[in-house]
Design a binder for this molecule. Sequence first.
Ligand code: X2X
Length: 345
Amino acid sequence: MKLRTFLTSAVAAAAALAFTAPAALAQTAYKSEYRMSLVLGTAFPWGKGGELWANKVRERTQGRINIKLYPGVSLIQGDQTREFSALRQGVIDLAVGSTINWSPQVKALNLFSLPFLFPDYAAVDAVTQGEVGKQIFQTLDKAGVVPLAWGENGYREISNSKKPIKSPADLKGMKIRVVGSPLFLDTFTALGANPTQMSWADAQPAMASGAVDGQENPLAVYMAAKLHTVAQKQVTMWGYMNDPLVFVVNKDIWNSWTPADREIVKQAAIDAGKEEIAIARKGLVEEGKPLLKDVAANGVTVTELSAAEREAFVKATRPVVDKWKGQIGADLVAAAEKAIAARKK
Ligand code: X2X
């Protein structure tokens, strides 16, 4: 081809491309596989939620959008605190992620980690499914991801290998594994414990070896991970915080999809989120909380607190709530408190 002919056709091709409708362009940019990050796999409600989402998207797009699951946050070598940055940077295409793990990057998400702010599931729903939830989604959007739906890891209960925890005094000096979020260090320090941050991947060997005495996670996680086999024979139901999950997509990936496909992915996230929340609450919302019996059946002592016993934990952690309100946003915390007070029980 002569140079002139080549240039002419190159210009023509560029012009044709420029006039192609954006939707058609986006179509050509679809990847053969999209990568979804998860901390916990499909043995857990969390991973199940990711799987439900991926399957619905594959079916409803007739395979145009094909999502592969990467549990154990394997796309970022198991370091769950890097998940949010990796999502923004495009190392991760989609995620079902914990508000705790993203809270160092998105301060508003610390709302859910404020100790004893959410007394029950109705309180959680009043916040996530209401105006405050929308506001948090706007914050996430500004932070560089596309949030689509809420899910739930669950109410985090404390376990340990030593003794029943009934008061802050029982926690004194106990080495407790916590997630990589500064608010957790404050909470457990206020309770007189000795908190130590580590990833979930490192936590289980640390429990097995006795390097840590205890941890806190939802009972569904405790059961699926069989934490009674790593010396965690004491569980206290204190319901100090609920850990919502968020279904999100990387912005560039989102923009590469047609509006119709975006709608499918969003609706699939909402549907999967609802199903996932029901799975996460299974055994805890029915009469007599049957999950507690399943836990006890493994030779575990399950301690339930009286209102007065629980109040001692609330009181001890009050300064943590006061300290963090400003960082989270006093208005946001006040709006959440108002929504909780007005909830339908
Ligand atoms: O690390 C944890 O404790 C876990 C699995 O619950 C989270 O990712 C927040």
